[in-house]
Each structure stands twice: as C-alpha cells, then as structure tokens.
Design a protein. Structure first.
Length: 200
C-alpha cells in the first residue's frame, strides 16, 4: 500500500468514526446500519470491514471519540471562565438548555450513548469505554463535597427526560426545575443537590 493510500485509509477511518460518533448519539447504535453509515460519508460497506473488525469495535471507538470531544468542551469551559466553579456553573447552564436537548448528535455522550450502553453486555470494550468516559466527566464535576457522580446522574437523567418529552410543556419544565435545583443558593433550602457549590 502506498503512502497516499495509507493516508487516505486513515482519513476514511477518521471520517467513519466521526460520523458514527454523531449518528449513534442521534439515532442509537441500532438506528443506523453499517451501510447507511458508510453511505453518509460516501464510502462502501466493503470499505468498513477493511477498517473495523466489527460494528462493536466501531461503537467503542465512536464512544471514545465522543468523550474526547467532551473533554475538549470541558477544557474550553475552564479556559473561558477562569475558575473551575464558574466553569462548572456554565456547564450546567449549557447542559440544561434547549440547544443541548435538541442536538443530541453533538451533545454529551454520557446521555447520547446511555440507552445503548444499558443494553450492551456487562463485560466488554464498549461498556468499559463508556464507563471510563462517565468517570472522567464526574471527576470534572466533582467538588470537595462529593465525587461528581450525583451531578452526572442528575444532569443526564434530566436531559434524557427532556428529550423524551420534547415538544411538550413538561420538557421545558424538566430543564428549568432541574437547573433551579442545581443552582439554588445554599442559604435557600436547595435540598440534597445544593451542596454541589455551583453558585458559590
């Protein structure tokens, strides 16, 4: 294989992973076939099997790429907002927005892959890749009070419910009430979520 064709093969693989990362979050891993995926980037199904051992291998790589994008986003919040508490508060604002709800393909992979991961075998590369990404997201959200997992669970649960009820008044209410609970001042009886320190 020539250098040019090797470079092209690498580019084709990158495009397939990027497309899968978005389409799997939009439609679910069973909502997009290998043929449809490859067609979306102008390649053939035969080309897929030259690049990936299986669809499962692609799912793991697509999830890893999506969490890589999330890492970049989180780093940009830190850069743009100066201190981590302010960055965390800004992330909550974004996460519980109509924009994030309505664009799952480019949204958080913790929510985007959640339904599919729940149906994956309990052992294997796909589940391990997802779990590692969730742990990293939680670590970014962590405070002196906790490890960030309650915040991840709250944010992901809220956005999944908001997407499931999109088009109804309840969807907006879910986003608004969850945002209010997470950003309540500690002096205003915020309940169990008020210890996150997002508005400190």
């Amino acid at each position: 294989m020539s250098r040019v064709s090797q470079a092209q093969a690498m580019e084709n693989r990158r495009r397939a992973v990027a497309a899968a990362s978005q389409l799997f979050r939009e439609r679910g891993v069973n909502g997009i076939s290998v043929a449809d995926l490859m067609k979306s980037i102008g390649l053939t199904t035969g080309g897929f099997y030259k690049q990936f051992a299986s669809k499962e291998a692609l799912i793991a790589e697509a999830a890893q790429a999506a969490f890589g994008d999330l890492d970049v986003l989180l780093a940009s919040f830190d850069t743009d907002h100066g201190d981590h508490d302010t960055a965390r508060a800004a992330l909550v604002d974004f996460y519980l927005s109509a924009e994030h709800r309505d664009q799952p393909g480019t949204g958080c992979p913790t929510a985007g892959f959640a339904g599919d991961m729940a149906r994956e075998p309990t052992a294997g590369e796909v589940r391990e890749t997802y779990a590692a990404g969730v742990q990293e997201f939680a670590a970014w959200l962590s405070t002196d009070a906790d490890d960030g997992l309650p915040m991840v669970a709250t944010l992901v649960g809220a956005i999944l419910l908001a997407r499931a009820t999109a088009g109804t008044e309840l969807s907006e209410k879910i986003l608004e009430s969850t945002h209010k609970a997470l950003t309540a001042s500690p002096g205003r009886d915020p309940g169990i979520l008020g210890k996150q320190g997002l508005s400190d």
